[in-house]
Design a binder for this molecule. Sequence first.
Ligand code: PLP
Length: 392
Amino acid sequence: MESVNRNFSPEKQGLSTVAVHVGSEPDPSTGAVIPALSLSTTYKQKELGVFKYEYSRSNNPNRENFEKCIAAMERGKHGFAYASGSAATANIIASLEKGSHVISINDVYGGTYRYFTKICPQFDIDSEFIELVDPEALKAKLRKNTKLVWIESPTNPTLRVTDIKRISEIAHEYGVKVVVDNTFMSPAFQTPLELGADIVVHSVTKYINGHSDVVMGVAVTSCDIIAEKLRFLQNSIGAVPSPFDCYQAHRGLKTLVLRMKQHEKNALAIANVLAKSPYVESVNYPGLPSHPQHELSKRQMRGFGGMLSFYIKGDVNTSKKFLHSTKYFALAESLGGVESLAELPSLMTHGSVSAEDRQKLGITDTLIRMSCGIEDTEDLIEDVLQALENSQ
Ligand SMILES: *Cc1c(COP(=O)(O)O)cnc(C)c1O
C-alpha cells in the first residue's frame, strides 16, 4: 500500500519515525499492524498485464516495503535490495559500460577489492585504488573514461574518514558518479546522498539487520536514470533476497537508530578506556579528539559509530591472548550485530590483502578491530580491562 492515508512525507520526519512507519502500512484486508510475510512466487493478474506484483524475483511486497523504508532512511528516492552487500556491488558495476574506469578508496572492504581486481577486468573495467584522506588527490587520478568513485567512510579497519561532500563536488565537476558504502555508519549516523553522493550501498548484513542472522545488501539513489538501470539489473541478474530476509531486515531497521546510540555509547567508552591503558599503543575511533579527522567526522556524521580498532603493545601473540581472553567480545569476523565481536584483521578479514598493502594501510599483527555491541557499557569495559591484563 502507498503511504497516503497518513499524509506521510518521509523527508520531513525524523529517522526513527521513518524507520517505524515507512513501508509498514497496516494490512487493509486484516488490519494487521505488521505486513504479512508474502511467500508466493507468483501473483494472479486482474486482467492480462494488470497487476501490482507479477513474479517474486521482479518484486514482492516484503522487499518493496523494505526498499521503501531504507530509501527514506537514506533520504533517497529509490531502494534496491540484493541477496548480499557483495551482490549490490556487482549490480552497480554491471551498470557501467565496457571500458570504464573506477577509482576506489585504497582501504576498501576486502570483498569489494576482490570484485574490482578479479572480476571487473573480465568486463574490461579498470580499477585503481588511491588514498583519499586529501580529497584533492582525486583530481590528478580522474581519466576520460572514469565513471565512478567508490568510497567508504570511515574505512575498515583503520577508521579513516573521507570528506564525502568534497569528493562529490570534485567528481561531479568531471561528470563522474560517487558511490558511498555506508555500512559502517548506517543512515542513523550518516546520509551520503545529502552530502552529494549519487548512490549509497550497504551490507544490510551488518547494522541495518543488526542481529547477525541475515545476509543481504541494498543500494539507494535519488537519480531516476541510475534507478532505472538498477531496477533492470536487479531483475535480470536476479541476486535478490528472499521475502523472509526482507521481513527480518525490515524489522531490524525499525530499531536501527536506538541500537546505533548504544553501539556508539559503548564504542566511545571503550575507546576512552583503551586510550588510557598502558597496554595500548593507540586507538582509531572518529569520536576521539585525537582522531586525525575528528572535526570532519563531527561535520559529516551525526554519530561516530560502534566500530573501533587499536594497536596493542606487544606482538601477534599479545593480540591473540587478548582475543582469547574476552568474555563478551566473541572472536569473529563481521560486525554490526547486537553482540560484541573482536578480530585480528591481518589474519582474518584482511588476510587476502597483500603484506605490502597491509603495511601501507597500517594493518599490522597488533591491530585489533572491535565491533561494540549493545550490551551494558560497564560489562564491556570490565571485559576489555581484564582481557588487556590477561594479554600480558
Ligand atoms: C560486509 C561488508 C560488505 C559485503 O557485504 P556482504 O553482505 O557480506 O556481501 C561490503 N562493505 C562493507 C563495508 C562490509 O562490511
